[in-house]
Write a protein that binds this ligand. Structure first.
Ligand code: ATP
Length: 277
């Protein structure tokens, strides 16, 4: 049960927000209040502006129109109100960091090296974060020597470190095997329940998180639809959004979005992958 019903002030809000690059409009007319405890899956094909939406919240990308607020203030870089797991990029082999250093930076990275916690409390908190993501076994290895999935779990621990009010995940399930995907999905839901954090989860496969999701923001064709998964993940709704026939199927407990060739705004024809997008 999300804390949404108790919300007073949204964790983040978009007001008449639009983002375009040159003549190309990714999305426009976005009005969205993200409430504490709310879990939103952000879906859409490649290049539809999902990562850019997260970058707007992080203060890394300016809107073309409208405004965005995080914790009652205009979005700004370095906000401690946000935990962020970026789209995965492998660490360089020579990165001189151990897993536990990376997680520790989540606790004090915003403070230019000053420790918010005493040394012992800091160590205990890092240990507990490593344990929560199942990374204790390799916490002392150089991060560059770890597999993509192992690195990903450390990034998640880093993002959760300060119990931020807004958690942003960009394709965080990539590189994880099915069991690890389920573990991460449970961990995120548990964090949401425990701290009341709102979650924006960008993914090409909504299935591992669908039971936790309150709303889906589905970007396509320079436009979007938002609503409960059962309202948005429907053939009529997505066909209307894509402007061509799209079928949403429920098979073996999984949602699949399949279509004929779909022209996604400015990209070559592509299929809306089974959300699995
Ligand atoms: N600073 C920028 N200047 C110009 N174009 C940009 C800029 N940032 C992003 N874009 C373009 O905007 C489009 C949307 O990018 P974005 O990364 O948000 O897509 P996405 O939905 O996350 O895609 P994917 O699923 O492939 O990760 C892309 O075509 C990208 O090249």
């Amino acid at each position: 049960m999300s804390a949404r019903s108790h919300a007073v002030q949204p964790v983040a809000s978009f007001h008449d927000a639009a983002l375009s690059f040159g003549h190309r409009s990714l999305w426009q007319g976005l009005n969205l209040d993200i409430q504490p405890g709310e879990y939103i899956a952000v879906l859409g094909g490649n290049g539809t502006g999902k990562t850019s939406l997260l970058r707007v919240l992080l203060g890394l990308q300016r809107l073309s129109h409208g405004s965005v607020q995080v914790a009652g203030h205009p979005a700004r870089r370095g906000s401690t109100d946000i935990g962020y797991v970026p789209q995965q990029r492998a660490f360089d082999d020579r990165t001189p960091l151990r897993g536990r250093d990376l997680v520790g930076m989540g606790l004090d990275g915003h403070r230019w090296g000053l420790r918010a916690l005493g040394r012992r409390a800091h160590r205990a908190k890092v240990e507990s974060l490593l344990e929560r993501v199942g990374a204790l076994d390799y916490a002392d290895a150089p991060v560059g020597e770890l597999s993509g999935g192992e690195q990903q779990r450390l990034r998640v621990a880093q993002a959760l470190a300060t119990d931020p009010g807004l958690l942003l995940f960009d394709e965080a399930l990539l590189s994880l095997d099915l069991r690890r995907q389920q573990q991460l999905a449970s961990l995120v839901a548990e964090q949401r329940d425990r701290t009341g954090a709102a979650v924006l989860f960008v993914t090409h496969d909504v299935n591992p998180i669908i039971d936790d999701v309150d709303r889906v923001l589905y970007l396509a064709n320079g436009s979007f639809r938002i609503g409960a998964p059962s309202e948005v993940l429907r053939s009529e709704v997505l066909s209307d959004l894509y402007g061509t026939r799209v079928e949403v199927m429920n098979a073996a407990g999984r949602v699949l979005v399949v279509g004929t060739e779909v022209l996604d705004h400015c990209h070559a024809p592509e299929r809306p992958e089974g959300v699995v997008l």
